[in-house]
Design a protein around this ligand. Structure first.
Ligand code: AVJ
Length: 325
């Protein structure tokens, strides 16, 4: 049994370092121009709850479309992967998607979900383990955007398969996406990557998905400021900023910003920063892909090209990318 006192100290230490990291990122975001911060800071408990609500919105097609592709093509996907596979999931969220995969696979041997939030991961994986008692479930607490290793494969296991759904790859800029895929190709040698990415489509459709009628995406965006006020010594006036999301066609990405409604001051740990009326803090990029563009990127990273599955409207794509031995 773990020593509860030690565990408590460890959690407090993790929390303190996460807060210091957020504080540094927010200070840089305010001090440097153009102002921008990584979208990873959206996801405190409230941000994760708001993201789950986004996934249910009528305008936000990616989640339900990817789920329908996985459900419909699970047999074909399982045929690529073969028996006794080890599944490594990058940024394991709610674990709904991997359940579809595990259901279809022939005796999967291990499941290694990697997530930055250890607490979140522990709860989710315990529930999954209860439903797959034979499966070796080994959560790994790590930031998968930084180099990391994996435990050696177990004796008699099949392919090692990466699972990266949800178009989370789209949060990386092209250089970061290439670096991530290069690392994945190395870690998955002899196996492959099952990758879900959102596709380029009519800008109006993309625009609607990030400007929902109920304003949940706006709340999700503004939650960054609420979180900063709660965790850092900060005094953002949430009513002083507007949610702005638009499709940047030449860069093939949705951009989200928080735009100052007026000239105002914000302070962080005693340091004051000025926003002009209309000045923006860039909070997220969500890149969209063509099938050929994604495949070209995958090949540059060292993957081969396997089958791709899409929905009838070609809104979303799920790729099987084999990693050579
Ligand atoms: C989780 C990064 C894939 O980009 O669509 C949803 C996050 N932001 N609505 C996306 C998000 C605004 C989402 N990803």
């Amino acid at each position: 049994m773990r020593n509860p006192q030690f565990t408590g100290t460890l959690e407090a230490a993790n929390e303190a370092s996460a807060r210091a990291d957020f504080s540094r990122a927010m200070r840089d975001a305010l001090a440097l121009h153009p102002r921008s911060i990584s979208p990873k800071y959206f996801y405190d408990a409230e941000g994760s709850r708001l993201f789950d609500r986004i996934c249910e919105l009528p305008e936000y097609y990616p989640t339900r479309t990817e789920l329908s592709i996985l459900r419909e093509r699970a047999g074909e996907i399982a045929a690529q992967i073969g028996p006794r596979a080890e599944i490594v999931e990058f940024g394991a969220g709610s674990l709904t998607k991997v359940r579809l995969l595990l259901d279809a696979l022939k005796s999967p041997s291990r499941y290694l979900p990697i997530d930055i939030s250890g607490e979140h991961l522990a709860g989710a994986t315990a529930r999954l383990q209860a439903d797959w008692p034979e499966l070796g479930v080994h959560p790994i607490v790590a930031d998968y955007t930084r180099p990391f290793g994996l435990p050696p494969k177990t004796e008699g296991s099949g392919m090692r398969v990466g699972f990266f759904p949800g178009s989370t790859l789209g949060n990386f800029n092209p250089d970061e996406a290439l670096a991530f895929l290069q690392l994945a190709a190395r870690l998955l040698r002899g196996g492959g990557l099952l990758l879900g990415v959102d596709l380029i489509k009519a800008p109006a459709r993309l625009h609607a998905a990030y400007n929902d009628a109920q304003g949940v995406t706006a709340q999700f965006n503004l939650n960054l400021l609420r979180r900063a006020n709660a965790e850092l010594d900060c005094d953002f006036d949430l009513a002083g900023f507007d949610h702005a999301a638009f499709y940047n066609a030449p860069l093939q990405r949705i951009e989200m910003h928080l735009v100052s409604r007026r000239s105002q001051q914000v302070q962080l740990a005693g340091e004051r920063f000025h926003f002009e009326e209309g000045e923006a803090l860039h909070t997220e990029n969500s890149y969209k892909f063509t099938i050929d563009g994604l495949r070209a990127l995958a090949v540059r990273a060292g993957f081969g090209i396997g089958p791709v599955w899409t929905d009838p409207d070609r809104l979303f794509s799920v790729h099987w990318l084999p990693a050579a031995q």
